[in-house]
Each structure stands twice: as structure tokens, then as C-alpha cells.
Design a protein around this ligand. Structure first.
Ligand SMILES: *Cc1c(COP(=O)(O)O)cnc(C)c1O
Length: 390
């Protein structure tokens, strides 16, 4: 009925009757999280704009300190994006042509690009029912060329890091963690991003700790490695116009860093809100055509996405759409089957669980600032969904 949230609000102001029936619920409403703390965000933006210093300044330095403290790592280095965090990590760990990196077959495309941008080869391991790498299958994927494991913590839940670290130690492999979807969650009480050599974060606006543009960071306990990231992100330069290595331009800017500091100061309540919303879905959605997500024992989940499965996924999506409720598929095509990675030569059938997930998963509306009334509409629609007579 409405194309945009603005249209809905305009209409809402003029007609305050039967709004509940006609409300459009977006899969992810980014404006809500801004509105939650609008005066703080606006004040910070003004301060930065008026300050006259826009790249790598005191906001970045303060954010790096605060983010490292929040994660429980010694160092944080702000970067341009989550993808930059990944590819620069492999580059600085010395991983390149001829090397293999083990990664989940059920991941986001950036995870694989972070590996292949360095000329290294991804070696895929099937996903388990928690949509993360099945740790019991990692060892079979290790070869003499294996240099690292990329542990992707998808949808807000961690991999089995006890097993990942055991295998890494046994074979002398580096571990890089992709925490782009798991800001502040834990495996057995230890924060995601602090297990391996490097924890990589994206602050893309939809992420748990989202900026208002592109941004990313790494965390590490290794002082020398942190120093290399700082030099590499700024054209390989520690001292202006003196370049000690060939680097890149991947600098977190002051505006994003400042806004991220505001966001970070509210992360515990934001994560708690998502846990509460997920708990309501889990306790109130009842439909034999819908499988609810499970959380691995030992893992926290910060519910970056609330991902259900249904053998009637397309019908369910259309049903929700007919009730003005948005939903998203994460992800319709596994990276190894995408056109970009045809050259790897992996065909359909390589990872059956991952491919079945691609056909069945659906992410429900989940965002900070979602009201219970909105969520109740989603729950009602899910519970009323029936299989169409053939
Ligand atoms: C978003 C995301 C990335 C990439 O982050 P960008 O900031 O978009 O480059 C990498 N890995 C995962 C798992 C992601 O969700």
C-alpha cells in the first residue's frame, strides 16, 4: 500500500483509523535505530562537521579504544569496510597465491572475496544446522597448502570456536574471525573476535553496530600486527609522505567514527532488545510449515538475523508480502555457486545442506526500534500461513 516509510507516516498523521491493519512492516527499518538516539547522533554529527578534521582524528582514536575495550581485545584499527578488514587481514598474515583458507560454504560473498582478492584459494566446509561451519568436518579439509581458517559467525551466532582453535593449533593454522554479523556475542563466555589472530568487523548500516555509511575495523591482541594495519590502511605510511610498504586507502572517517561511538555506547541495550524480540518470535510462532532457528549450546546469539526455514518459502514470502510484511533471503545463492566463482569449478550438489538452506531460509523483520505491536502482526501472519491446495 505504501512505497516508503515516509508515505506511511504522512498517511498515518492524516488518518489514525485502521492503521494497524494497513501497517507496512519492513524487513529492516534502519530509520528506527537512528530515531532511537536522534539527538545524540545529530549533536555528534554537528560537532564533527564544525570541528574541521574529517579523516583519522580524535573520533577514530577514541572509537578504536572504546571498541577494543568493549570486545575485550588489546587493539582496534578502524578501516573503510568489513571486506577491507578481511582482505587486509589475510594480506598482512602473509596469505596469498598457492595458499588455501578454509571457510564455510554457507557464508556471505565478502568472506570468499576477502580470501581470493589475495590470490589464495577458498576451501569450503559444509554448514551445520546453526548455519555456521560444521567444525567436525574441518579436519578433513586440511591439506599441506592450508594456511588459515576463516571462522564466519553468521546471523549473530558463533562457530564452535573450541574445535576451530584446537584444529588450528594442531596444524599450525592462523584463525581469522568474521564478526560482521556478531558484534558482542560470545562463545562460552569469550567474545567473538578474540579467539583468532584477527577479528574482522563491518559497520555497514544494517549490522548490529551499524554506521551511517561504509565502515569497518579489526581487533587483535598483537601489537605489531595492529601497527601494520595502521600503516597499511594509509598508503603504507606511518609518517606523512614516507611510505614503508605498498598499502591501500582504507581509513575510517571521523563522522562515521563519531556516530559509531554514539551507537557503541548503547550496544548492550540494543543487543538486549534483539534478544528480547527473538525470544518473542521463538515462543509465539507456531506453524508446522516453519522451522525456528536453534542456538548452539555454548553460544550466545545477538540475532543479527532471525532466520526461519520453510519448505514452502516462496509461498510464505508472498503471503507475508500480501500482509504488507517484508522479509529477506540470506542468501539465495551460496558463494561457490555464484557466477563470480564459476572458475572454482564447484557444481550444484557440492554442499547439500547449504543448498537446501538457500532454498528454504527466510529472515523475518528484525530491527532495533521494532514495536511489539508490529512484531505481533508478523507473528499472526506466520501462524495463519497455510499450504495452498495444489
Ligand atoms: C557485511 C558482511 C561483510 C562485509 O562487510 P562490508 O562492510 O559490507 O564490506 C563480510 N562478512 C559478513 C559475514 C558480512 O555480513
Amino acid at each position: 500500500m505504501f512505497q516508503t516509510q515516509d508515505e506511511r507516516r504522512d498517511w498515518q498523521e492524516n488518518a489514525n483509523y485502521f492503521i494497524i491493519e494497513n501497517m507496512k512492516i519492513l524487513a529492516n527499518d534502519l530509520k528506527r535505530q537512528y530515531e532511537l538516539y536522534a539527538p545524540e547522533f545529530e549533536q555528534k554529527a554537528l560537532d564533527v562537521l564544525r570541528g574541521g578534521w574529517y579523516i583519522l582524528g580524535q573520533e577514530v582514536t577514541a572509537f578504536e579504544r572504546e571498541f577494543a575495550d568493549w570486545i575485550g581485545a588489546k587493539y582496534c584499527v578502524g578501516l573503510g569496510s568489513g571486506l577491507d578488514a578481511l582482505w587486509i587481514s589475510f594480506r598482512l598474515l602473509g596469505i596469498g597465491p598457492g595458499d588455501e583458507v578454509i571457510v564455510s560454504s554457507n557464508a556471505y560473498i565478502a568472506c570468499v572475496m576477502g580470501i581470493t582478492m589475495n590470490g589464495a584459494a577458498p576451501v569450503f566446509v559444509e554448514s551445520d544446522r546453526y548455519f555456521n561451519m560444521d567444525a567436525s568436518q574441518i579436519e578433513a579439509a586440511v591439506t599441506p597448502r592450508t594456511k588459515a581458517i576463516l571462522a564466519v559467525h553468521l546471523f549473530g551466532q558463533t562457530c564452535d570456536m573450541t574445535e576451530v582453535m584446537r584444529i588450528a593449533e594442531k596444524y599450525g593454522l592462523k584463525v581469522v574471525e568474521d564478526c560482521a554479523q556478531s558484534h558482542g556475542n560470545h562463545w562460552r563466555g569469550k567474545t567473538a573476535g578474540t579467539f583468532g589472530s584477527v577479528g574482522c568487523f563491518s559497520f555497514y548500516p544494517t549490522k548490529g553496530c551499524g554506521a551511517f555509511g561504509d565502515a569497518g575495523a579489526i581487533v587483535t591482541d598483537d601489537e605489531e600486527l595492529a601497527r601494520k594495519f595502521r600503516i597499511f590502511r594509509n598508503y603504507g605510511s606511518e609518517k606523512k609522505y614516507y611510505n614503508s610498504m605498498v598499502g591501500t586507502n582504507s581509513r575510517l572517517d571521523e563522522l562515521q567514527a563519531g556516530l559509531l561511538r554514539v551507537r557503541l555506547s548503547h550496544m548492550s541495550e540494543l543487543n538486549a532488545e534483539r534478544v528480547r524480540l527473538a525470544g518473542r518470535y521463538s515462543s509465539l510462532v507456531r506453524n508446522p510449515l516453519i522451522e525456528l532457528p536453534a542456538v548452539r549450546s555454548g553460544a550466545d546469539c545477538v540475532w543479527h538475523q532471525y532466520v526461519i526455514r520453510s519448505p514452502r518459502r516462496e509461498q510464505l514470502m508472498a503471503w507475508l508480502e500480501s500482509r504488507e510484511i517484508g522479509s529477506i533471503i540470506h542468501y539465495p545463492i551460496p558463494p561457490y555457486l555464484s557466477q563470480a566463482y564459476q572458475y572454482l569449478g564447484l557444481c550444484k550438489g557440492s554442499f547439500p545442506f547449504t543448498e537446501q538452506a538457500a532454498d528454504e531460509v527466510l529472515s523475518l523483520p528484525m530491527y532495533n526500534g521494532m514495536t511489539e505491536a508490529e512484531q505481533d502482526q508478523v507473528i499472526e501472519a506466520l501462524n495463519e500461513f497455510r499450504e495452498k491446495a495444489e
